[in-house]
Structures are given as C-alpha cells and as structure tokens.
Design a protein around this ligand. Structure first.
Ligand code: PAF
Length: 283
C-alpha cells in the first residue's frame, strides 16, 4: 500500500494505474477509520481494480466553535486497517498541500445545500464541495464511494458532479450500524457511556417511522416528525431538525405518497449526531 502526500504524486500514481486499464475507486475520508469506511472500501474493491483512500481533516468544512481541533486523528491505526482491507494507496496530504498560501477558491452548490446540515452549519457544504472536487481532480478516479449516513452530503456531491460534468460515478453505500442500531460515525467516540446508551434512540425513531409508513400506512410527515420529536425529548436529546423530504431535491414534503427520506440531527450533551432512512411507500 502506497502512502502518498502530494497531489502531483497522486496524479502520477493514478496515471500509471490507468495505463493498466484498471478502474480506480476513491474513498474520501477524514480518517478515524471504522467499519462504515471499511464497507466503502469493500464496495470500491468489488467495483474497481484499485482503491485509493484519502485521509484529510478538512478545515474548510468546520465552522467556528465546531470540533475541528478535537476531531479524532488516528493515522497509524487507520493505515493498518486500510492495509488489511486491500487498499492500493492512501492519500494523506497536509493542509498546505491542499490549501497552499494564496488559495482563494470555493465551490458553492445551491438548492440541496440550503436545508438541514446547510442551515445548521453555514459554509459546511462549500468546504465539503471544495475539498471533494480537489480530491476528484487529484485522484482522477472513475468512481467515488460515500456513505448514506451523510445523505445530504451525497446529494450535494451528486449535484456538483452533474452540474460541473465531473467524470466520476458517485456510489452511495448503506449505513453501517452498531449492534444496537447506532449509525457508525467517527464522532460516536465523543459520547460518554451514558450518552452512548441514550444515542440508540436515534435509530429507534427511524425504525418506528419506517413501521408507521410501511405497516400502518401513515402518510403525514408532521405526524411522523412529531412522534420522533417527542421520543427524542423523552430520551433527553435535543433535536436540531427532524424532517421528511424528497430524496433527490431534499425539498420537504407534507404527504408521503412516493419515496421519501427522513433526516434527523440531535444533540446528546455536546455531541451532534445525524441519521436518516429512506422511507418506502407501500400502497
Ligand atoms: O464525509 C466525510 O468524511 C467528509 O465530509 C469528506 C467527504 C471526506 C470531505 O472532507
């Protein structure tokens, strides 16, 4: 497994791989690798001959007062896990490599960035889009793999790739959950024992909503969202948003009469967690 730290070396690496005719997969990460990331690597390995993983804690996507400084950095362990997972190369650039002095460009996507995480974290998606486009251009990958856990992020990246004609296939992979249902996230490690026990309510809310829609044919978004708000409050969590939206445009919908996505964000102590599920409409 090669460790690459500069954009030019990464471009050189992919150019060589491309000459062998192999399809190249990219898994962009901020490190603190867990089973969620490893599932993206597996998907890439299945669909591509070579998998490149990037590890970069991107300062542009953290707002003032967010957790940039305390974001877990576990490079040695990450590299061991990625080696075992069969990754061809890991791209670990420094901040100066990604944003050299004088860097002054931002990618802004409209529409899908406005609600939910975009509203709660101003500038977050500009930071994500800017770094992801740089990574796509540096890696020249044929496909890039993202987790459904960050559902809105996937919508934003798909929109960017479509609008800017970036020649990369975006593959969204299912959420990987702990045994009790908590969606895997590098931020879960911020939770105290008590908070970790409480956090299970997020996925329980999603499961209740799935049941309400698929089994009891509840169609009203407000009824479902209110049920979730109440359940989160009873569990001592503070909801940032609970919403049901069109899975492609992320426009909120009132009646679930076709496919929909339920998105939620809540705080447990100082930790902010997000989760989502696709609601299947059944007649
Ligand atoms: O999902 C993440 O870990 C990050 O937002 C990403 C896509 C690696 C960009 O920094």
């Amino acid at each position: 497994m090669e460790i690459i730290t500069t954009v030019s070396a990464l471009q050189q690496f992919t150019k060589q791989q491309r000459q062998t005719g192999k399809r190249i997969g990219l898994v962009p990460t901020m490190g603190a690798i867990h089973r969620g990331h490893l599932s993206l690597v597996s998907a890439s390995n299945e669909q591509c001959g070579e998998t490149i993983v990037s590890i970069f804690v991107n300062p542009l996507q953290f707002g003032p007062g967010e957790d940039f400084n305390r974001y877990p950095r576990t490079l040695e362990n990450d590299l061991e896990l990625l080696q075992v997972a069969g990754v061809s190369a890991v791209f670990v650039p420094g901040t100066d490599e990604m944003y050299p002095a004088g860097f002054d460009t931002a990618v802004h996507i409209g529409g899908v960035t406005a609600p939910f995480e975009g509203a709660a974290r101003p500038g977050h998606f500009d930071g994500v889009a800017t770094v992801v486009l740089k990574l796509f251009l540096a890696a020249g990958a044929d496909a890039a793999f993202f987790g459904q856990k960050d559902y809105q992020q996937v919508c934003v990246i798909k929109k960017m790739v479509g609008d800017l004609n970036v020649p990369v296939e975006i593959v969204m992979c299912p959420i990987i959950r702990e045994e009790d249902g908590l969606a895997m996230s590098s931020r879960n490690r911020y939770l105290s024992g008590e908070e970790r026990r409480k956090a299970v309510v997020l996925s329980q809310c999603l499961a209740d909503a799935e049941l309400m829609v698929a089994h009891y044919h509840v169609r009203s978004s407000s009824v479902i969202c209110q049920m979730i708000q109440d359940k989160l409050q009873t569990a001592g969590l503070s909801a940032d948003y609970v919403s049901i939206a069109d899975p492609a445009t992320l426009q909120e919908i009132e009646e679930i009469d076709t496919a929909a996505v339920l998105l939620l964000a809540a705080r447990i102590g100082t930790t902010r967690l997000i989760d989502n599920t696709l609601l299947l409409y059944a007649t």
